[in-house]
Design a protein around this ligand. Structure first.
Ligand code: FEO
Length: 396
């Protein structure tokens, strides 16, 4: 069923209960592709859905209006989870106009090789639908060059594209309807920020500052994934915090191991963090998906990365994680490497260089043990965990 958000404005999207791999991101709770229908003198569809979900969206639209009556389509974002259904929708609807940003037109044209009735819009442009007015806000690199948001002025609804989204399939459409909200949802919201928006944090801050300077207030924020917020303040506050790179007194130990020696050190370091009374987490790279680990990195003040030396380098899973983390540009982290080695022991130095290149504050030159740690070395690792927590997390 479609769901009315404000008078004459409906959610008509699709629920993807089964998706678990979203270009490498573990979508453990599925997702939604939110699309919105505005019934006015000009009937307008904001965004579409991923290819394959168009019939589901069309069925919801058909419960409100005959789809052929849609006049305008607004495409806030080229990425195929929102535009994959665009070609099929345009073929069915034959809209009078398709609105998008200039880069949106470029991206959609490159992707679909189609000659659609594009109208490009820029920040501040307005479109009257009859009783309602839409204003456009380009948000380049949040998170693609083409990205924009659309604001329904009279009802103060922000159609925020990927911004403020979360991958969550649920029967509920609104933040205040989810059972036990806000217990489960913030994890998905944080995971989405960490994996999609973290590298664009300075742009998020600029956007929030611009919104404040313009005096814009939102009664509803309607993102393209997950729940629609009828109480936007908590999500806006969370974005401001994450974008500023605020960290908690929390240490995260991330490692892989060949014959358990690096694992022993990881456990001793974690014990040391706990001894110091900070939040500590231990993540084994073969037991936890990197998109979940990076979610925990977002608010951590200290990262300890462990690897054995394999073929003069670090373990492949550690390399994969470092590559992923580097692209996401986490801010305000102290970090150190540790590991066990058999004869050459390059991994710790190489990891330290990577952490340094990411702009992290190197908290220790690297803790290494040859073969299996003995009790004294285990105690040293534990002491080091406590020491680093005291130096870099206490008082935060
Ligand atoms: Fe950037 Fe949800 O797509």
């Amino acid at each position: 069923m479609p769901v009315e958000i404000v008078p004459g404005v409906y959610w008509v999207g699709a629920i993807d209960w089964n998706i678990r791999d979203f270009h490498g991101y573990l979508t453990d709770a599925g997702s939604t592709y939110n699309a919105f229908l505005i019934v006015d003198e000009k009937i307008t569809l904001i965004d579409t859905v991923k290819e394959g979900f168009t019939p589901e969206m069309m069925a919801r639209i058909a419960e409100i209006v005959e789809p052929g009556k849609i006049d305008y389509i607004i495409s806030n974002h080229v990425e195929m989870d929102h535009s994959g259904g665009l070609a099929e929708t345009i073929a069915l609807v034959s809209p009078e106009k398709v609105f998008c940003s200039p880069r949106g037109k470029d991206g959609l044209s490159r992707h679909f090789k189609a000659d659609w009735p594009f109208v490009t819009v820029k920040t501040g442009d307005e479109l009257s639908l009859g009783r309602y007015t839409l204003a456009f806000l380009e948000t380049p690199m949040l998170h693609w060059p083409d990205s924009m948001m659309t604001f329904l002025k009279e009802e103060q609804v922000l159609f925020s594209s990927d911004g403020f989204g979360a991958h969550l399939a649920s029967s509920e459409r609104f933040d205040d309807q989810l059972p036990h909200y806000p217990v489960g949802y913030p994890h998905q919201l944080k995971k989405y920020y960490a994996n999609i928006l973290m590298p664009m944090s300075s742009l998020v801050t600029q956007l929030l500052d611009k919104v404040a300077a313009l005096g814009l207030t939102f009664k509803v924020i309607a993102p393209d994934h997950g729940l629609i917020y009828r109480n936007p303040e908590p999500v806006l506050a969370a974005y401001r915090r994450w974008a500023a790179g605020e960290v908690e007194p929390k240490g995260v130990v991330i490692y892989d191991s060949m014959w358990h020696s690096t694992e022993m050190l990881a456990q001793a370091l974690t014990e040391g963090l706990m001894d110091a009374g900070v939040e500590a987490q231990l993540h084994y790279l073969r037991a936890r998906h990197y998109s979940d680990i990076i979610t925990e990195v977002l608010e951590a003040g200290l990262l300890l990365i462990g690897s054995p030396t394999l073929n003069n380098g670090y373990f492949p899973s550690v390399g994969q994680f470092l590559t992923y983390m580097k692209g996401l540009k986490p801010k305000n982290k102290a970090a150190a490497a540790f590991g066990s080695y058999g004869w050459s022991g390059q991994a710790v130095g190489l990891i330290t260089k990577e952490l340094e290149a990411m702009g992290m504050n190197i908290a220790h030159p690297g803790f290494q043990v040859k073969y299996i740690p003995d009790p004294e070395e285990m105690q040293s690792a534990r002491d080091l965990g406590a020491q680093l927590a005291k130096e870099h997390l206490r008082g935060k």
